[in-house]
Design a protein around this ligand. Structure first.
Ligand code: AHG
Ligand code: MN
Ligand code: MN
Length: 335
């Protein structure tokens, strides 16, 4: 029987073989995984743990926070602040950066997260997740400030998510392909269940919130109209649609079987580039998708090339199967 490989062993072997994971980064990833295990535990308890429902507060983006948004945020901070691997953290649920308190040693990494993605699905028992992105603090500045976080996604040194669904699965890249680890609850460990994930270049499945159709821009409308026209239309094939409203769950499906995911700019809030946040949603997901052979753009440019101007910046997102993402991007930018 093939030997089972735990996340710890996988990280140690990556560290030895490819030098992709320095010791402090390995520690960081282990700590994030441990935090995700604890969030998974809280998610599983649901009503029994008193974790469902609203916290009756708002985050910096003006969204009502759920109890689990706050719990997951606290779990990630408490797990990560004392280990000496981080200089600071940033989260969807915190207005500004959280600098590691000076009672603990400061490390060289910056951690960004969406502690609980898919908040509208918490109370209805549908898959949700945690998304994270790791950057290195630039070493030319003393201390740590928000500006240190404002690096393009191409500078991430690790990225991933943990999906709390029928299984709890941690999906990770350190720039060497995408690996998946399923939580073995009896052992209490994440075990490697898939490596070298590849997204097929073509697909017949799209994910978009169709209720916003009347607000879309012409290129997005054109793409979806052509999909909906099916076999008789210009694409010559029928398309299927999925929209889970948890980016983690939609991206997970795309990593497993292909597809295209879009949250485009729309006319509801024309001043916002999109709904999703660049630094802790779009960047980590875009890197995972590219590492699996897919593509990710904002309709015009590669997401990983965008230079962020602020921590909670929003962005339009088109990601998944390469040929479809390239088609949507072409429609935005006719030759
Ligand atoms: P969050 O719960 O972290 O605020 O993110 C929710 C996001 C994303 O996960 C999902 O794809 C999208 O919002 C769903 O938006 P709609 O409800 O507009 O479809
Ligand atoms: Mn989110
Ligand atoms: Mn969230």
């Amino acid at each position: 029987m093939a030997q089972k490989i735990s996340l710890t062993r996988y990280l140690v072997e990556q560290q030895r073989a490819d030098g992709l994971i320095p010791g402090q980064l390995r520690l960081l990833l282990e700590v994030v995984a441990r935090a995700c295990k604890s969030i998974s535990q809280a998610v599983n308890k649901g009503a029994l743990g008193g974790v469902l429902g609203s916290a009756e507060s708002e985050n910096v983006q003006g969204e009502v926070q759920k109890k689990l948004d706050i719990i997951a945020n606290e779990v990630l901070i408490e797990a990560n602040e004392w280990g000496g691997h981080l200089a600071a953290m940033a989260s969807e649920e915190m207005d500004s950066i959280y600098v590691v308190p000076n009672r603990y040693p400061q490390g060289e990494y910056l951690l960004l997260f969406d502690p609980l993605d898919g908040s509208s699905n918490i109370d209805v028992n549908v898959s949700i997740g945690t998304i994270f992105s790791v950057l290195k603090k630039p070493d030319d500045t003393p201390g740590v400030q928000e500006g240190d976080f404002l690096q393009a996604g191409s500078r991430q040194v690790a990225a991933g998510y943990c999906i709390y669904g029928p299984q709890t699965t941690l999906v990770l890249t350190v720039g060497n392909g995408v690996a998946m680890f399923t939580l073995d609850r009896e052992q209490g460990s994440f075990m490697l269940t898939q490596e070298n994930i590849q997204i097929p270049a073509d697909t017949k499945e799209f994910a978009i919130n169709m209720s916003n159709m009347r607000h879309w821009d012409a290129p997005v409308k054109r793409y979806i109209d052509e999909c909906l026209a099916g076999k008789e239309g210009p694409r010559g094939k029928d398309f299927n649609m999925r929209w889970i409203a948890s980016m983690v769950a939609d991206v997970h499906r795309i990593l497993m079987r292909g597809g295209i995911f879009m949250y485009p700019w729309d006319k509801r809030e024309p001043d916002k580039a999109g709904k999703l946040r660049l630094m802790y949603e779009a960047n980590p997901m875009s890197w995972l998708v590219e590492q699996a052979g897919g593509a990710a753009t904002n309709g015009r440019e590669r997401i990983l090339d965008l230079a962020p101007a602020k921590l909670h910046e929003r962005v339009a997102v088109v990601l998944g199967s390469k040929n479809e993402v390239e088609r949507v991007t072409r429609y935005h930018d006719p030759l």
